[in-house]
Design a protein around this ligand. Structure first.
Ligand code: SF4
Length: 357
């Protein structure tokens, strides 16, 4: 079979998108701010999971000015559950630059968008094309998969040059007008039809008659992905410390300003092999071990935490720097506890009540 006719494929895809696109809240407008927020939220997170967060976020931060101003704790609370909190912090850093340098309007310029914190090739391409109709590609994993299959391309999608390679292919297909619609159509095809692994719905695909992978029976073999380095596994102890009082409180610790979950509040925890680091001495001396709690697992991009929980009690004492004792209500309303502690957070209503001392 000959190589697919890319222009014909581009036309077929745009036509397909007009009748098959999903109604999503951020698609009701081409406003650059909405496109930006949705694209950042959609990194590493499924569409269905993003929708309620998107509504809540847009209600609290309807424009760049509010995003630039909102207190960090409140911003992180809005982001709680989405994970990868550096995305929220970068949004705010970028918002402040947009206010200072661009009068609160995201620049209609791909290179200037790229200079903003947290905005990489893909997001800059999505904002520039969807909001401003600038004909630039927006290549993510979905787009690479779809194009690798269409053209029978065996480039390793995890290799350093892969994005540029597939972006060059997109340039050959991009229409002069409605570049944003074309990019969205590519994403949509990857999200709803040309699905990962061996489950694409080729019978519903507008490219079936042109697709090399389909013709050659190579759908399950493409795209080519080299094996990733395995994640590091960390065995950790997590302490749920109930602090006596009326109402009872739970002990939180603020993480350091750099590294994983930077600056976020957490339940005190330490590597299993470094149990002595679980609390500073002044807390350790006051804490009374009560019982073991459930085990839990959380996967970050490069590390996996395998956690064993322990319940402790302690009196309400003056806490060292970096520690706070908060009520359940305060935790729910003001503190963004990372999803890694979800299992233990779910136990808190029961544990705090039980330990009502
Ligand atoms: Fe993907 Fe199948 Fe369409 Fe080819 S025909 S692009 S493999 S869904």
């Amino acid at each position: 079979m000959s190589a697919p006719n890319l222009k014909r494929c581009a036309d077929a895809l745009s036509g397909w998108y007009i009748t098959h696109y999903r109604e999503l809240p951020w698609r009701r407008t081409n406003d650059a701010y909405s496109v930006w927020i949705s694209e950042i939220m959609l990194q590493q997170t499924r569409i269905e999971a993003v929708i309620p967060y998107y509504h809540r976020f847009m209600q609290a931060c309807p424009d760049v000015f509010r995003l630039a101003d909102i207190p960090e704790e409140q911003l992180l609370k809005l982001w709680e559950g989405l994970g990868y909190y550096s995305r929220a912090r970068n949004l705010q850093k970028a918002a402040r630059i947009i206010v200072d340098r661009y009068d609160g309007k995201l620049p209609a310029d791909y290179e200037r968008l790229l200079e903003l914190p947290g905005i990489g090739d893909y997001t800059a391409g999505a904002i520039a094309s969807i909001a401003y109709d600038i004909p630039v590609p927006a290549v993510d994993g979905n787009v690479m998969r779809v194009l690798a299959r269409l053209t029978g391309d065996t480039t390793d999608v995890l290799s350093s040059g892969a994005k540029k390679h597939f972006a060059d292919l997109v340039y050959q297909m991009l229409p002069n007008e409605h570049a944003g619609r074309f990019n969205q159509a590519l994403m949509e095809l990857g999200e709803t039809v040309c699905l990962p692994k061996s489950s694409p719905d080729c019978a519903s695909c507008p490219w079936q008659s042109e697709c090399r992978a389909f013709a050659d029976g190579l759908v399950a073999n493409l795209p080519v992905r080299s094996k990733k380095k395995p994640r590091r596994i960390e065995e950790r102890l997590v302490a749920v410390v109930c602090v006596a009082g009326d109402p009872p409180r739970v002990l939180l610790h603020k993480r350091p300003p750099e590294g994983l979950l930077a600056n976020l509040w957490e339940l005190p925890n330490a590597l299993m092999t470094e149990e002595e680091r679980l609390f500073p001495l002044e807390i350790q001396e006051q804490c009374r071990y009560v019982q073991e709690l459930a085990c839990a697992k959380h996967i970050f991009s490069h590390v996996e935490w395998r956690m064993s929980g322990r319940l402790y009690q302690m009196p309400h004492i003056a806490l060292p720097n970096g520690y706070e004792a908060v009520t359940l209500r305060e935790l729910q309303q003001q503190y963004a506890l990372p999803g890694a502690f979800r299992t233990y957070a779910a136990l808190l209503p029961q544990l705090l009540h039980k330990e009502d001392m």
